[in-house]
Design a protein around this ligand. Structure first.
Ligand SMILES: Nc1ncnc2c1ncn2[C@@H]1O[C@H](COP(=O)(O)OP(=O)(O)OP(=O)(O)O)[C@@H](O)[C@H]1O
Length: 242
C-alpha cells in the first residue's frame, strides 16, 4: 500500500488583505512526482513554503510523513530548493555543501559520499573548489539542487528547479528525479512553468488565484480541458480563450 507523505487540508493564507491561497486540499504519495503548475502569482511558492514549514497557514493543516508542520524534526526528511538561491558566495561550492551537510545527522564517510553524489548529479564535480561568487546563475541553481539532496531526504520540494539550466543537464536531472521516485520511493514536488517538465510528472495540480483548479495525470488534464497539449491546458486554465 502507498502512504500519503504530504497532506494539505483546507489551507488558506492571506498577506494583508490579499488572499493568496483559499481552502487548498492536496494529498501526495511516495514514489510519485507531483507538479504544481499555474500562472505567476498563483500561490505555488507560498504553498510549497508552508509544506517545508517556512511559513504558516492562516487556516488548515499540513502534514509531512504524518507529522504536523512546521516541525524541526521533519527538516531531516525534507529537501527544499527555493526559487532564489540561498548560498554563501564567499565560500567554495564544496564548503557550502559541507556546511549544509553538517546540519544533518551524517557520518564523515557518509558526508563525503553524499557530497560526491550530489556534485556529480548536477555536473559540478570539477567546479567544487571555486568560490560561489564566480558561479554563473545556472551553476548556482545546480548547487542549490545538490544542497537540497545532500541529506538524502524522503521528500524533495523543488521550486522551479531547472530555471537557467541548459537542456542537456535538465534532461539528466529529470532522469535522476525519475530514478529517485522509482528506486528510492521518494516523494517529489516541483513547481514549474516548463510544460515539457510538467508532462514528466505523475500528477499535476493546476493552481490559479490560490485555488486548485484541476488535478490529475497530465493526460487527464489534457482531456479535461479538451486540449491538444499541456501548454494549451495551462493557457485555458489561466483564462485564455483559444
Ligand atoms: N511575504 C509576502 N508578503 C506579501 N505578499 C506576498 C508574500 N509572499 C507572496 N506574496 C504574494 O502572494 C501571491 C502569490 O505568490 P507566490 O510566490 O506564491 O506565487 P507563485 O505561484 O509561486 O508565482 P511564480 O510562478 O511567479 O513564482 C503574489 O501575489 C505575491 O505577491
Amino acid at each position: 500500500m502507498t502512504a500519503a507523505t504530504v497532506k494539505v487540508e483546507q489551507v488558506s493564507k492571506s498577506f494583508g488583505r490579499k488572499t493568496v491561497l483559499s481552502k487548498v486540499d492536496l494529498q501526495m504519495e511516495e514514489g510519485q512526482i507531483y507538479g504544481l503548475i499555474g500562472p505567476s502569482g498563483a500561490g505555488k511558492t507560498t504553498l510549497v513554503k508552508m509544506m517545508v514549514g517556512m511559513d504558516l497557514p492562516d487556516e488548515g493543516r499540513i502534514e509531512v510523513l504524518r507529522t504536523a508542520m512546521p516541525s524541526l524534526s521533519m527538516l531531516q526528511q525534507i529537501g527544499y530548493m527555493a526559487q532564489s538561491d540561498a548560498l554563501y558566495t564567499e565560500l567554495t561550492a564544496e564548503e557550502n555543501l559541507k556546511f549544509f551537510a553538517s546540519m544533518f545527522k551524517m557520518s564523515r564517510r557518509e558526508q563525503k559520499q553524499r557530497i560526491a553524489y550530489a556534485a556529480e548529479l548536477v555536473h559540478l564535480t570539477e567546479e567544487l573548489g571555486k568560490k560561489v561568487a564566480v558561479y554563473s546563475g545556472g551553476m548556482k541553481r545546480r548547487l542549490s539542487l545538490a544542497i537540497a539532496l545532500i541529506h538524502d531526504p524522503a521528500v524533495l520540494i523543488l521550486d522551479e528547479p531547472t530555471v537557467g539550466i541548459d537542456p542537456e543537464l535538465r534532461q539528466s536531472i529529470w532522469k535522476e528525479l525519475i530514478r529517485l521516485k522509482t528506486s528510492e520511493r521518494k516523494t517529489i514536488i516541483v513547481t514549474t512553468h516548463v510544460m515539457d517538465e510538467a508532462s514528466k510528472c505523475d500528477q499535476l495540480a493546476m493552481v490559479r488565484e490560490g485555488r486548485i483548479l484541476a488535478e490529475g495525470t497530465p493526460e487527464q488534464l489534457r482531456q479535461q480541458y479538451d486540449a491538444a497539449d499541456l501548454e494549451e491546458v495551462f493557457l485555458r486554465a489561466g483564462g485564455v480563450t483559444l
